[in-house]
Ligand binder design. Structure first.
Ligand code: MRU
Length: 375
């Protein structure tokens, strides 16, 4: 997508031993590019949320495996080193399905080279596979935009061309992927096609991905939007101010249960109570076909309570500050995701089209996964 007229992806290769990423911890007040060269730096970038969002985490892990091969110590056996790096990368964030998926994909490529691969061959193979993962992510998100825009267009038609109001939670725009985004891709495609679209942006405590990232992206693209407090959505729906909800997803089971940023489930309940269509947009890399029941089976990351107790932003001096919101002695708990059961999801917007959030609907689009049953 464009930043000040220049096209950027969120991650790209920099020479033969590094990748460049947009540092999302300093947006929207600073646009900073950071270089990552070692698997340890990649792990830190993922866990500290310099990069975040399911698709981008997956793409970063793909490059992380390439960098593991590039920086493999001469005095260590190669394959055990690669497996150690794979485990470290996978452990950084447990919920996003794309992370383990990308690492597994790279381990399979490595295994194609036999039990004792030549290091240079491994570097070349993992590099091209990492590029393929990133390119695919961008391409899939572009297709999600095409399918989702038809949905927005049909609502616009039914409203006689009046503004379509979309509510979204967290950031599932291009910053959360390699390009285009999942939930925001239909918004961008509809906007580019001349449809009058406006977005209600949930601020998304505790890390405020909505207020700091979604609002920034939409603003750069020229899409009208308003940031709302996390608890405002239900009220807006009761008053007919939301035409549809589109969220992203961090992992979706074969039955259509969707894990997404904490608070998504409450929006889905409010949408169901007010007959507002609730769509989840995701590339196929976010499906976990091995899982059936999302509420019991999707691992939910619990992050440091400090993210709830404090808030970061631009202080009056123009410097980024972190301030304490609560009594010094009050502890806090910080679940990063929740699961919206399939029964509350109107449909899934994927790169292959829109389907029902059900095993039948999903396998109708992805029949190659029919054989694999949940554990
Ligand atoms: O904790 P984050 O910022 O990595 O959270 C992930 C998300 O961005 C959201 O849950 C998003 O809606 C789905 S990921 C595209």
């Amino acid at each position: 997508m464009l930043v000040d007229g220049k096209h950027y992806r969120t991650i790209w290769r920099d020479g033969e031993d590094g990748v460049l990423v947009i540092d999302q911890t300093v947006l929207p007040h600073e646009f900073r590019i950071t270089r990552l060269c070692t698997p340890a730096e990649v792990c830190h970038a993922i866990s500290s949320m310099i990069v975040r969002g399911a698709g981008l985490i997956g793409a970063t892990a793909g490059y992380g495996m390439w960098l593991a091969a590039v920086s493999a110590p001469e005095n260590r056996p190669f394959v055990p080193w690669m497996k150690e790096c794979a485990a470290a990368l996978t452990a950084t964030r447990p919920t996003a399905g794309n992370l383990a998926w990308a690492v597994e994909r790279q381990l399979k490529r490595l295994a194609d080279l036999g039990p004792e691969p030549c290091r240079d061959d491994a570097v070349a193979l993992l590099r091209s596979e990492a590029e393929r993962i990133a390119d695919e992510d961008a391409e899939f998100c572009r297709s999600i935009g095409r399918h989702g825009a038809e949905l927005v267009a049909s609502i616009a038609r039914s409203k006689g061309g009046k503004t379509v109001h979309v509510l979204t939670h967290c950031n599932a725009g291009w910053l959360a992927f390699v390009d285009y985004g999942s939930a925001l891709s239909p918004v961008y495609a509809a906007f580019d096609a001349g449809i009058d679209v406006h977005v209600w942006v949930d601020e998304t405590r505790p890390r405020n991905q909505g207020a700091s990232l979604t609002a920034w992206e939409l603003g750069r693209h020229g899409v009208r939007h308003d940031i709302i407090a996390d608890n405002a959505g239900g009220h807006l729906m009761q008053h007919g101010m939301v035409d549809l909800v589109i969220t992203g997803a961090d992992r979706v089971t074969r039955r259509g249960d969707a894990a997404n940023k904490i608070g998504t489930y409450l929006k889905a309940l409010a949408a169901a109570d007010n007959s507002v269509p609730f769509y989840v947009a995701l590339p196929s890399s976010t499906f976990d076909f091995s899982l059936g029941d999302g509420v019991s089976d999707i691992p939910i990351e619990e992050r440091d309570g400090g993210e709830v107790r404090r808030i970061r932003g631009l202080g009056e001096t123009g410097k980024t500050e972190s301030v304490l919101l609560c009594p010094e002695s009050s502890p806090a708990r910080n679940w990063a995701f929740d699961v919206t059961p399939a029964r509350l999801v109107t449909g899934l917007i994927t790169e292959r089209g829109i389907c029902a959030a059900s095993e039948e609907g999903i396998l109708g689009l992805y029949p190659e996964h029919s054989g694999r049953c949940p554990a």
